[in-house]
Design a protein. Sequence first.
Length: 114
Amino acid sequence: FAHNVRIARHRDKFECQMCGNCCRLRIISLTDDDITRLSANGYKDFYVKNKNEYWIKRVKGRCVFLKDDLCSIHEIRPEICRNFPFFKMYGITYCRRLSYCPALEELEKEIKIL
């Protein structure tokens, strides 16, 4: 876990390569604010609800907003997408190490973690 916190300290150097892997390989949860923002921008029928949890709908295993391997809502994307691959747990920001994120691999090389 300490290794993942160390990576997160360099979050400002992380540069998303917009590869779309996270949009293809992850279930994307939504906050109430995400739903409000997307709805206010004219999007409808873009999420599913299970009890008190909301997720972006998937089409053929991909986020419904992934078009031509690019995020079609990048400027108003959900909070979890804005923060990816960084998360908070118990108030501590850490980085979830994922083999499918080339930008994270580049960050690790840059800060000499690999």
